[in-house]
Design a protein around this ligand. Structure first.
Ligand SMILES: [Zn+2]
Ligand SMILES: [Zn+2]
Length: 327
């Protein structure tokens, strides 16, 4: 499925088979998660550096070939490809353990063709091991929703009362991790979305309500997964002294002005960007121990556009993923 111009629907196309370059593997894609970021690229809120583009950055695949010097994986081995597809390894961020901020990073399904396809190529150094416990579709949302969400959760330190604003793919995974870690989860959804609120409670949230509501207790930390800027001051207003409020999305509408008093007392606002390979390895080792169960709505590849529209409308419970496995 190809994006030719932002603002246009994806188009089903027959492309030449990609050739793995030096250090790359050729991948037979089995499933690919559908992420809010894909929608931002489609809509032009993020302008794709590469067009036409094959989107998709939560790839579950088996290795089908290898380019020159690529020896890490055997043919047939199952791997995951996340958003971080390549870094220079030399900039000040890479040199200080922060490759997620690399000045010259390439991102899967953005600078590089991604997984809304039957075949893909990827740098073998940026592929991740997929835990054997997870079928292909259930593994897909771990690769972005799960692991970028996990990076955000870790940045909340030991916050006990944690708020999640927007209870979609990421929060449904992180809720389980947070409860496993002994935290208390407060879930915020669109107003009147009783079904998602019940879903959150079923995954261990002790309270669920609308995003403008005040939770029964103040939050020690919050992660804003939804792309609505007004949720940042809303989360600050719900927060205790010293709380951290983080946006985990790549794009957000403008944050409205707010009075300093809701930031005072060492509350902080921040953001979480991308992932490091270490984040990926750490989270994928943790997920089966929780164990995280992902709820996935599956779509065939050619219905990727429908999956994205369902995501936009809030019709997806848990995560959406494309099922691409060929017979
Ligand atoms: Zn993503
Ligand atoms: Zn770098």
């Amino acid at each position: 499925m190809v994006l030719e111009r932002s603002g246009q629907p994806l188009r089903l196309a027959e492309l030449p088979d990609p050739e793995p370059g030096p250090g790359q593997v050729l991948l037979s894609v089995r499933a690919c998660g559908v992420c809010r970021t894909d929608l931002h690229i489609l809509d032009g809120e993020l302008s794709a550096p590469k067009l036409p583009l094959v989107p998709g950055h939560q790839i579950v695949a088996t290795v089908a070939g290898a380019g020159e010097g690529a020896e890490r994986f055997a043919i047939g081995e199952r791997v995951g490809v996340p958003w971080l597809g390549w870094t220079d390894g030399t900039c000040r961020y890479c040199a200080s353990g922060r490759e997620n901020l690399c000045d010259n990073a390439h991102f899967t399904g953005y600078d590089l063709d991604g997984g809304y396809a039957e075949l893909a190529v990827a740098d073998e150094r940026f592929c991740l091991p997929i835990p054997a416990e997870y079928p292909d579709l259930q593994a897909a949302p771990l690769l972005c929703a799960g692991l970028i969400g996990y990076r955000a959760l870790r940045l909340l330190g030991d916050a006990e009362r944690v708020g999640f604003y927007g209870f979609g793919a990421a929060a449904h995974i992180l809720c389980q991790v947070a409860v496993h870690q002994g935290r208390r989860v407060f879930a915020f959804t669109r107003e009147g979305d009783a079904e998602t609120q019940a879903f959150a409670r079923g995954l261990g949230a002790e309270w669920a309500g609308a995003s403008a509501e005040r939770p029964p207790e103040e939050l020690d930390g919050a992660i804003v997964f939804a792309a609505a800027g007004e949720l940042m001051p809303a989360a600050l207003r719900a927060s205790a002294k010293g709380a951290r409020v983080l946006s985990a999305g790549i794009h957000m509408s403008e944050i409205p002005a707010f009075p300093y008093e809701i930031l005072w007392e060492e509350r902080t606002l921040g953001s979480v960007a991308n992932l490091t390979r270490a984040d990926g390895e750490e989270f994928l080792a943790l997920a089966p121990r929780v164990p995280v169960r992902t709820e996935v709505s599956a779509y065939p590849l050619e219905r990727a556009g429908e999956a994205l529209e369902d995501l936009r409308a809030g019709r997806v419970r848990g995560a959406a993923a494309l099922s691409i496995l060929q017979a």
